[in-house]
Design a protein around this ligand. Structure first.
Ligand code: MLT
Length: 271
């Protein structure tokens, strides 16, 4: 293994943190892979970066309640971290918001991407309704805190089988959401509202790509994964049963199997 290129960078979803990759880090590390799972800007323990734009906010009343943490910012943060860790090229694996960051990253730094793993991805940009809804959520999180977001865990994020049979996963997800800094969450919502439409650049992605979807994902439609799979040449789509939006936490064995199968196949795909 070459530590400068045999690394996998795991980008979490929203409003979560790096701890969502626990089972993947354990599994991949024991198979010899170098894993890097940062807390993205403003989230998890990375709250310092959320205030990076606050001096701008002092002078701009529209940003008073928090500037956006854009997908572009987050992708640059990831590149900076890779520089620090002396990782030239990595497999970039994102889940949901992490996929927006992965799309931004492959666009900005194509030579630094050895392969992509896109979990619960969506490529289209936000329409007006989505933008308004994200702004409303950002406002709500700033005034009410994260508690209101907990209701959507069993409704949208997790498969029925997870809610019924895996109380530990439900508890972990709930804790992650509640521990999220409201300012960081609002900044990320605004960043997602400002994201580009990635659909027209999908055909430019030339690296091996695995797409993973949860069959019961209440946040992403299966059509979103199909759309991407049809446009990234040679990409593969794996759908995991009894899994929702957080498929890697809900069905870690099936997820890890899919991931390692793809990683093992990379050597034969890459020259
Ligand atoms: C996520 O899990 O990262 C979110 O569902 C992303 C989004 O709100 O689009």
């Amino acid at each position: 293994m070459n530590p400068e290129t045999d690394a996998i960078v795991l980008l979490h979803g929203f409003p979560f943190d790096r701890s969502m990759w626990r089972e993947q880090i354990e599994f991949l590390s024991s198979s010899g892979w170098r894993c890097v799972a940062p807390d993205l800007r403003g989230l998890g323990e990375n709250v310092a970066q959320a205030s990076a734009g606050e001096s701008a906010a002092e002078h701009d009343p529209r940003l008073k309640s928090g500037p956006p943490a854009t997908m572009h910012d987050m992708a640059r943060d990831v590149a900076g971290l890779m520089d620090e860790l002396r990782i030239k090229r990595a497999i970039i694996c994102g889940l949901s918001m992490g996929c927006y960051v992965a799309f931004e990253f492959v666009h900005l730094f194509p030579e630094r991407v050895r392969a992509l793993v896109l979990c619960g991805p969506k490529a289209e940009g936000p329409d007006e309704t989505e933008k308004q809804s994200r702004e409303a959520q950002a406002g709500r999180v700033l005034t009410e805190g994260m508690q209101f977001a907990v209701a959507s865990i069993s409704q949208n994020l997790l498969a029925a089988a997870t809610v019924k049979a895996k109380p530990d996963v439900v508890a972990r997800v709930t804790e992650m959401v509640l521990q999220t800094d409201p300012k960081g969450a609002a900044a990320a919502q605004r960043g997602m509202a400002a994201r580009r439409d990635y659909s027209s650049t999908l055909t430019r992605i030339k690296v091996p790509t695995l797409i993973i979807a949860g069959r019961e994902d209440g946040v992403r439609k299966p059509a979103d994964a199909d759309f991407i799979q049809q446009r990234i040449k040679g990409s593969e789509l794996i759908v995991i049963d009894d899994a929702g939006h957080l498929m890697n936490m809900e069905q870690p064995e099936a997820f890890n199997r899919a991931l390692i199968g793809f990683l093992k196949g990379l050597d034969s795909l890459i020259h």
